[in-house]
Every structure is written in structure tokens, then in C-alpha cells.
Design a protein around this ligand. Sequence first.
Ligand SMILES: [Zn+2]
Length: 229
Amino acid sequence: MDIDKVTIIFKRGGTLYNSFLELFFPNVCTFCGKKVTKKSLCAECESILNAYYEGVEDCIDKKYYDMIICNYRYAGMLKNKMLDYKFNNKKYFSRLFGEIITDGITKNRLKADYLTVVPILSIKKFFRGYNQCEYIAAHVASLSNIKYEKNVLKKIKNNKMQSTLTAKERKENVKDVYSVVDKEKVLGKDIILIDDIFTTGATMNECAKVLKEAGANKVIAMAVLHSSK
Ligand SMILES: [Zn+2]
């Protein structure tokens, strides 16, 4: 076995073990480090969170999702934690992000048959070891009692990173990139679609389009943070 394969196996094994520890033993406030019991943030830090709130604006002319819920701005501490989560492998922040989405579900009294995530390419998932949205979705499912359905959508084509593109380019960049895995799972269903960051809405809208074309009744788009680029 060559060294690359061994490294990959080791990395993936290590990742799994770490995520187990990180997911089940979060007992300090994600922002300040104070001891907490039930939530990821202490009461003080949670009250600071409200300062990030702003309304969501998308750049979509023809919307396929029925509503978009995204209550916190991609800024300050939340932005730092999201970057750490996505690029520095800090999986335990997924709990905080799961709590944010769950709050949105509770406050808006949302009901759905299941929740699912915006997919990434399977090759990317293999090398990274995970899709960052899946951990968030798993927390939402355990906190909200709406089940998490995996493998509803799949990404079938590689494209450029949305964050490097203009609003107009983003719409083009996501065209024909996603498809439904099993139409039976989608037909007539009310679905909550979860993503980490919502910017122009192009990705969410494309996923919602594919779901609606496969017969979904309702698609509620929910993202952890809103970036107004
Ligand atoms: Zn705190």
C-alpha cells in the first residue's frame, strides 16, 4: 500500500474519531469558553448574537424555493467560526450552527416531511471526509424532531467556487450541476433544504428547482449565515 493511501485512511479514521468526541462533548461556550450545559452559547453571548440579525435579500428573479430563512449575518464571531468550521476542520461548531437553524424552525413554526442538505461532489466529500452541511443537519434533526434524509440531491458536475463569482456568474455556474437521487423520496414532499452560507440565493434556487421539477410540494431554504456580497 503506498503512503498516500495510508495517509488518507489515517486521516479519515482520525477525523471520524475526533468528530465523535467533538460532537458529543461540547460543554463550553463556543464564543467565550464559559461552561454551558444545554446550548453552544452562554446567555450573554447568545444575546450578542442578535446584533447580527438582518433581513435576507436574494438576487433571484424566478424563485423555486417557497421561502428563505437566514437570520444571522456572515460577520464578526459567527463568520470566524464558520471559516474555522469549513476550512480548519472544527466540526464541533456544527452544533452551534444546528441550533441557529433549529431556532429558525421553531420561531417560524415550520413543518416539513424531512430536511436535507445542499450536496457537494462525492470526490470532494471523499477527500475532505465530510460535507460540512451534513453535521449541521444531523444536529437540526436531533433538536427539532424533523428527520434528516440523506442522499436526496447529488452534485453531478464540478463547477467554480461560487464565492469567486459575481451574482450573474453565480446563476450560470450552478446550472445543471445538481440532480435528484430518487424521485420517490421527493414527490409531494415538504422539504427543508439546508446550506451554510446564503449569498445571492443561486445555489439554493437551483437545488429547489431540481426538487420542484421532481415533484416536491414545498421547499423551504434555510442557511446558517447570510453574506451580502
Ligand atoms: Zn459565552
